[in-house]
Every structure is written in C-alpha cells, then in structure tokens.
Ligand binder design. Structure first.
Ligand code: HEC
Length: 78
C-alpha cells in the first residue's frame, strides 16, 4: 500500500524507464499503468499500440519498442 496515496507511483529501475515515464504520463497518470495486473508481452504491445493508434500518442516506433520492452520487463509474468 502506498504511504502517500496521491504520490505518483514508483516504477522499478530498468532500461527504458526514462522514456516510459516521459511518454506515458503525457495524457494520464502513471497509475493507469501501475494499477494494471501483470500483462503478458502481447497485451503490453497491444496497449502501447492502442495509445498511439487510437489516442494519437506522439511516440515513434523505435521508442514504442523500448517502452514495451520496459513494461514487459517490470510488469509482466514471464
Ligand atoms: C495521447 C494521449 C495518451 C498517451 C501519450 C498515453 N495514453 Fe494511455 N490512455 C489514453 C487514453 C485517452 C486512455 C483511456 C482513458 C479512459 O478510458 O479514461 C488511456 C488508457 C490507458 C490505460 C488503461 C487501459 C486502457 O486501455 O484504457 C493504460 C494501461 C494505458 N493508457 C497505458 C499507456 C502507456 C503504457 C502509455 C505510454 C506508451 C500511454 N498509455 C500513453 C491516452 C494516452
């Protein structure tokens, strides 16, 4: 449980974290991600693509790949 419920969620250190933090908090809180269950890799890939295609997130494909890899590394069942 968070000690300060309104504080931004913290995410594990891993390659790609910086890009994830900068790009995925443009439109909504990072809680949209922290409150999700651990997703399989395919689901994160689809989720990131949905942000780009449906909601027009300004993320190029190379960056999207790094962010997806980050999410799979820290928030996925292996
Ligand atoms: C251009 C704006 C925008 C950006 C940038 C963005 N999102 Fe979203 N995201 C949305 C919108 C809009 C929703 C739906 C909000 C709602 O339903 O209340 C959403 C919802 C979500 C959800 C909740 C589940 C769902 O599919 O609705 C997740 C998870 C999510 N985003 C992850 C991400 C990740 C990961 C990134 C970074 C790659 C990201 N978002 C970047 C706009 C964005």
């Amino acid at each position: 449980m968070d000690l300060y419920p309104d504080a931004p969620p913290s995410f594990p250190e891993h390659e790609g974290k910086g890009l994830f933090i900068s790009y995925c908090a443009i439109c909504h809180s990072l809680k949209y991600i922290s409150t999700q269950p651990d997703f399989p890799a395919k689901t994160w890939e689809a989720e990131v693509n949905k942000m780009i295609i449906k909601y027009h997130a300004p993320i190029d494909s190379a960056t999207a790949k790094i962010i997806t890899t980050y999410l799979v590394a820290v928030k996925s069942k292996h």
